[in-house]
Design a protein around this ligand. Sequence first.
Ligand SMILES: [Zn+2]
Length: 47
Amino acid sequence: MDILTKCPKCQQQERIEKVLTAQSNQNVIFHCQTCGYEKRNIETKKG
Ligand SMILES: [Zn+2]
C-alpha cells in the first residue's frame, strides 16, 4: 500500500515513508528530495 503525500512547494507526489522522517522526540521532518523543501516540527496531534 502506497500512501502518497504532496510537497507544498513543488507539488511533487512522493511516498510518505520517503519524505517523512520521524524523530525520537516525536517530531516529524518533511523533506522533499525533488526541490529540497524541508519542514521541521510538523505537529502530529493524536487524541
Ligand atoms: Zn518539493
